[in-house]
Design a protein around this ligand. Sequence first.
Ligand code: AMP
Ligand code: MG
Length: 405
Amino acid sequence: MPTFEEARSIILGKIVPIGCERVPLLDAVGRVLAEDVTAPWDMPLYDNSAMDGFAVRAAECTGEGTTLRVAGFVPAGEVADEELQPGCSIRIMTGAPIPPGADAVVPVEETEERDGMVLLRERVIPRQHIRFRGEDVPHGETFATAGSLIGPPEVSMLASFGKAFLSVFRRARVAILSTGDELIELGETPRKGSIINSNALSLAAAVREAGAEPIILGIARDNMESHRKLMIEGLKADALITSAGVSAGDRDFVRDCLAELGVEQVFWKVDIKPGGPTAFGIKEGRPVFALPGNPVSTMITFDQFVRPALLRMMGHSRVFRPLVTATLLDDVRKKPGKLTFIRVSVEMENGKLVARTSGNQQTGILRTMLRANAVAFIPKESGNLAAGEEVKVQLLRDDVTMTER
Ligand code: AMP
Ligand code: MG
C-alpha cells in the first residue's frame, strides 16, 4: 500500500497534459498558456510623461529659479510634433508623448504658472518623470511563456499588446460516476434506506472549481451490467472518477469492472485516514480515480489526489495547495499508523495562523467539513497532539479571518 506521498507521485508520474485550444483573452483567465508570447512592439510605444506637469529642457532649469514660456499643451491622446524651443516649456498630461527636444518633465506641484509663463524652483534632472519607449518590455522580448497561469496582470499585458486570442491548455472533461443501489437522484424524496447522490454534485463542484468540465454520468447500480455500461461511457472522457463500491464487499463492483474494461490497476488503497480505500488506474493515458463513497472521504481524496492530477492535465506546474504551519488550539486524538487529515478552522491571530478542529472528525460527519476552511496533515507516526503544538495545514479557501487581540 503506497504512502500518501508515494500515491501522489505515482499519480502525477502517469499524468500527461491534454491538448490546447485557441480562446478569446478573457476565457483564458485561470488557465495555462500553451504558447510563448513575444512583444510585437516596444512598451511603452513612445516616450511619455509620468506626471501632469511641464516638458522642459533640463539644462535650462538650474534650480536658481527658471522662468519658461508655456508654448503649448499636450493632453493625453494628443501629440506635439513641433520641437520644443529654447526658453520654452510645454504643458503635458500623464501618458502624453514627450515633445521633441524636451528631456524632462517637471510635476505641476513644483511649479507656478502665471500669465503664460511657468516658474520652476527646483533643479531639473535630465530624464526625470519620463517613461521611456521600450523600458517596460522591449520589442521582441518574450514576456509570457508557455506554462504561465493567466491572471489579471497577464491579461493586462496581453491586452496591451493587442493579443485578442491565445493558445491555452484546454479544460479536462471529467466523467463522474456514482455507484450504489441505495442512491436516488436529487429531486427525489429519500425514504428509509435511500441516500441522495450528493457525491455526483460535490465532485462536479470540485471539478468545476479546479477549472475542468464535469460530466455527470448518473448512478451505476450494484451489478456488473450497470457498471459496465456507464464506465464504457466514462472512459471516453479525459478522466473518470467513481465514488463508492470500491472495497472488497460482495456489492462492490468498481474494481472488477474496471479490470474487465482494461484499466491498468496502479494502486487500490492508500495509507491515509480518511480515504484509505482510494484506487487509481489508467487506460490509454486516461486516469481513473475510484474514490470512497463516504461524502467526506470523497471530497478529501478528490482534493488530495484528483485535483492535482486535473491541474497537471491542464498544464499547471504548481498543482498542490501550499502547506503552511499553524498552531493547534485544541488537543487532537490520534493513534500512530496513518497520515490523518483533520478538518480544521484556521484563522490569523496577531499575524500567526492558528487552527481549531472543526469538531467531530468521524467520516460520517459532514457538518464539520462545512465549518473547516483547511485540513491539517497529522503525520503517520504521530500520536495525540496537544494544544500549542504546531501542525501543517493546507488552506482550502482564502476567506481566512484576521484578528488582533
Ligand atoms: P460503499 O463504499 O459503496 O459501501 O459506500 C460507502 C458509503 O458512502 C455508504 O454510506 C454510502 O451510502 C455512501 N455513498 C455512496 N455513494 C454516495 C453518493 N453518491 N452520495 C452520497 N453518499 C454516498
Ligand atoms: Mg455501495
